[in-house]
Structure formats: structure tokens, C-alpha cells
Design a protein around this ligand. Structure first.
Ligand code: MLT
Ligand code: ZN
Length: 496
């Protein structure tokens, strides 16, 4: 059994206004006995020792921690169904969990909810190399899906910095966007079918769906991004793209966010069909990452206010190289940018991506982080980061220890109009939280943005949806949740 020292404060203590729902049953010996009748030893962890359950109870940002004593890790859809049927009949609350890399406190319990981990459902079910249809269990780690498809000349249509831990079902449940949405589109387009266990144990499946199917409501869409509130995804069918034969990347230093936007326009015009990512990082993101990656050589000579990573994916290396070289030279000649590093080989390509993918763990390495994930019009995208930094500075909270905030940084997906704001902290305090909220949400609402672009709602943003959604939309969401889960056993205290 993996033992992890619990470091996050208990959610119940950090947020005392949230009360345990007294309608939920408290787990007892009979419940345990029932689960033991059909689950093997490696499908059940029961322990009241915090170190033994910390990796399931505590989130990746070390911000939330539940107090569950029971983790169920079924190996089949039938077993998931048996579990949910029993929990529903006995009003036992359940939190579904994938790789537990979630960023809004959605995948850990708030109180004593049973943790339903999909970790043991990790088989690839089928792959059709002609159509590109890939089917797998929900608990397949995204890295393994990538590896399998790579070996079959295809790619999984989504990539994330957490690819070594996150699971396919988890990314579908949270509708993660990732690093290449600009090219391959969202999971609402790529997911072909789902197998889902409803809270009453019924299995609803269209996992064998075809690419086109207009026979009525597209029910699977409801489960994409539902964060396990209306059903537990156990199987996914997804459209894999053909593996690009030529991948390339440039890392660029830029002095203003206006120039980032101009460069994006230039990239769309000149790199057009081969453009597959356009990511930005601000100075602070890279300062944290330089500290985190320690001895890794930085790809540019100077430090800049902004950095952009542009990736191209195509089918003919010579053609792509020529396009990229011409793009880089003209950007330098016209003084749009002052420095750029074009990867010369696969090793350099991977190294450039490491600078982008390491920003989240770098920010999380000082103790923890407050995190916001927002969509805004491109012209406003970086302004929220500036506003937050100004506010934290005015309160004298950013600086060397003992100040609680190490840095407030912004980075994200320019191509998707999505910024991530990471406030790297030495400790979580109510003073910081009260400065950030509702300020960040009000700011986003004033610009008509979305308070969650891709990380979801979870515990963090429950009760804040009105900043981005109308009353009628929220009412419909609540109706849908009630319809699927009348006893409210799935992922309670979260979402809507
Ligand atoms: C990313 O873009 O790196 C992911 O959304 C994860 C993160 O921001 O932590
Ligand atoms: Zn992201």
C-alpha cells in the first residue's frame, strides 16, 4: 500500500460552512461485508490511517482533503454497476476518481464519501486503424493510450502535462482541453461513444457508436464534462488522428502581449494547416520553471516578458521546416520578436515542450497553489493576470518568505483563448483567498468570459456558475442532475 503524508488541510475544516448531508448513511460493517462479497482484495482498501488513504483523499494541488476510509477499485463495469446500485439504495455517497490530477477539487471527497477509483479498469478494448476508432476502459492512463496509438501510427487527440497520471475517463469526465485543441478540437467532437454506469446501477452505452448518428438526443455529450455527477464513465470510444510524420517546435521570446496576438495571427496565416499548438507563458511562469528544472539549459539567451511555444504537425518534414524557417526569419526581420529557438531534432523538440509542460508542477512545488482557468477574448486574455498580480502586490503578499505568495503567473492556450492563473503559495490562507475571490470571478464576468475554460467546476467553483451562466441554464443543470441522480449520491457538494 502506498503511504503518502497528508499535507492538505481537511476540506471540512478549511470550509466549515459546507456541512455533511445528514441524509447520507455512514458506512458500517454490513456495507463493507457486502462489498467484500464480490470485490477481490486488490479491489478494496479500507483504512482509517490517513497516510494509507492520502493519495486518494488529497488532491494534486494539496488544497483539498477528504476523510474517506473506503476506496473501491473495481475491475469491471458490472462491478461498478453493483457498487452504485447498492450505494444508491443505501444512500451512501460516492466520489468517482480517475488519476486524481483534477484541479478544482472534483475528484476527492469532501467528507466521508466512498472513493470509486477507476484505476483497475485499464484495458484497451479495441482499435480500428482504418477508421481510427479507439476504445478503452475509463481507467487507462493517458500516457498508455498515447503509447498504444503511437505504435499503431495514430495519436490520442488530446495531450496534457499530467499525461503520465491522468486517465482517459477522467479527461472525458472533466472535458479537458489540453495542448492541441487548436488542431484536434474538443472532446465534445472527438468522443464517439461512452459506456456509463448511472447512479442506480443501470449501464447506458453507445460505445459502439458510429461517426455519424442523428437518431435523437446526443446523450453522451451530457457526461462529457459532468465531472461524475450524473454517472460514472467506464468506457470511452474516441477518434484517434493519424500520427503526424513531421513534428516541430519553436520557442520564442516576446516583449508584450499585443505582440503575442500579432504573432498568433501571423502563425495562422503562414503556418495555417500545419499549426498544432500556440502556447504562451509569462515571465513569472518561466522564472518558476527555471528554478524547478534546475540544471536544464534554457533555450533562449535572454529573459523576456512573454514566451510562446509554437508547434507544427504535418506530413512532410522538408515542407514544414521551410515554412517554419521562413516564419521565424520574417518575424525576426520585422522585429516582431527578438529571439527564437527552432528545435533541430526530436530531443530538442521534447526539451522545448518540457519548458511549457513543467509550468504547473513548477508553480506547485513551493507548497501549493491557487489556480484559476478562464476563457476570455484574446485582447483581454492576459489582463486578468495583471489585475491579480497588482492586487496581491498592493496587499504586500508577494515576495520572499515569510510572505505567503511566491509568484502570481499566467500562461495558457492562446489558440483557445484560455489563460491559467497560478498563484504559487507557501501556504494557503484565507487572506489570499479573500483577495482572489470573488475578485477574479467579477473581473471575468465584467469581460463576459468564462470562469472555467477547461478545468471544470468541482468543489472550487460550485456556487460561482452565475458569473458565467444564466439563471435558466443553472436551473436546467440542476434539473438534469436531479433527473439522473435523484438521491444525489454522486460527487455531492460540488458542481451545481
Ligand atoms: C495546462 O494547460 O498546463 C493544463 O491545463 C494544466 C494546468 O494548467 O495545470
Ligand atoms: Zn490547460
Amino acid at each position: 500500500m502506498t503511504k503518502v503524508l497528508p499535507t492538505a488541510q481537511l476540506t471540512a475544516e478549511a470550509y466549515p460552512k459546507v456541512k455533511r448531508n445528514p441524509d447520507f448513511k455512514i458506512l458500517d460493517a454490513d456495507d463493507l461485508k457486502f462489498f467484500q462479497t464480490f470485490l477481490d482484495n486488490d479491489e478494496l482498501i479500507h483504512s482509517s490511517i490517513a497516510e494509507e488513504t492520502a493519495s486518494f483523499n488529497q488532491d494534486w494541488m494539496k488544497k483539498y482533503r477528504g476523510q474517506s476510509n473506503l476506496i473501491l477499485l473495481p475491475k469491471s463495469t458490472e462491478k461498478v454497476s453493483q457498487i452504485l446500485k447498492y450505494c444508491n439504495e443505501n444512500k451512501l455517497a460516492v466520489v468517482p476518481q480517475g488519476g486524481n490530477t483534477d484541479l478544482v477539487g472534483a475528484s476527492v471527497p469532501v467528507f466521508d464519501e466512498i472513493i470509486l477509483s477507476l484505476r483497475n479498469m485499464n484495458k484497451i478494448r479495441d482499435f480500428n486503424h482504418v477508421s481510427g476508432t479507439f476504445k478503452c476502459d475509463a481507467g487507462v492512463v493517458m500516457r498508455d493510450a498515447h503509447k498504444f496509438l503511437h505504435d499503431h501510427d495514430h495519436i490520442f487527440p488530446l495531450d496534457l502535462p499530467s499525461r503520465n497520471n491522468c486517465q482517459v475517463g477522467g479527461v472525458v469526465s472533466t472535458n479537458a482541453g489540453g495542448l492541441n485543441l487548436l488542431r484536434y478540437g474538443s472532446l465534445h467532437g472527438n468522443v464517439l461513444g461512452l459506456e456509463v454506469v448511472l447512479p442506480n446501477g443501470e449501464v447506458i452505452s453507445n460505445i459502439n457508436a458510429l461517426r455519424k448518428d442523428n437518431t435523437g438526443y446526443d446523450l453522451k455529450q451530457l457526461f462529457i464534462g459532468a465531472e461524475g455527477t450524473i454517472g460514472v464513465i467506464t468506457g470511452v470510444s474516441i477518434l484517434a488522428a493519424a500520427k503526424p510524420k513531421a513534428l516541430n517546435a519553436i520557442f520564442i521570446g516576446i516583449d508584450s502581449f499585443d505582440t503575442v496576438q500579432n504573432l498568433f495571427l501571423k502563425a495562422k496565416n503562414e503556418l495555417s494547416e500545419i499549426l498544432s499548438a500556440f502556447e504562451f507563458m509569462d515571465r513569472g511562469s518561466i522564472e518558476c520553471t527555471i528554478e524547478y528544472l534546475k540544471d536544464m539549459p534554457f533555450p533562449l539567451k535572454n529573459q523576456h516578458n512573454f514566451y510562446v511555444l509554437i508547434e507544427t504537425s504535418g506530413s512532410m518534414k522538408k515542407h514544414d521546416d521551410e515554412k517554419l524557417e521562413a516564419f521565424l526569419s520574417s518575424a525576426l526581420e520585422t522585429k516582431l520578436i527578438s529571439e527564437g529557438n527552432l528545435a533541430k531534432n526530436e530531443e530538442e523538440y521534447n526539451a522545448l515542450w518540457t519548458w511549457r509542460k513543467s509550468v504547473p508542477p513548477a508553480c506547485n512545488s513551493y507548497g501549493g497553489m491557487y489556480k484559476y482557468d478562464m476563457s476570455l477574448e484574446l485582447k483581454d486574455l492576459y489582463s486578468v493576470s495583471e489585475a491579480v498580480t497588482k492586487r496581491l502586490n498592493a496587499a504586500g503578499l508577494i515576495g520572499d518568505a515569510p510572505k505567503p505568495v511566491v509568484k502570481s503567473v499566467g500562461y495558457g492556450h492562446v489558440g483557445d483563448g484560455n489563460i491559467h492563473l497560478n498563484i504559487a503559495v507557501r501556504e494557503f490562507t484565507k487572506e489570499i483567498e479573500n483577495l482572489l475571490e470573488p475578485f477574479v470571478y467579477e473581473y471575468i464576468a465584467s469581460k463576459r468570459g468564462s470562469i472555467s475554460a477547461e478545468h471544470g467546476v468541482g468543489f472550487h467553483k460550485k456556487g460561482h456558475l452565475h458569473y458565467s451562466r444564466s439563471d435558466i441554464e443553472i436551473r436546467f443543470m440542476k434539473d438534469i442532475r436531479k433527473h439522473y441522480d435523484p438521491n444525489g449520491i454522486l460527487n455531492p457538494y460540488k458542481y451545481v
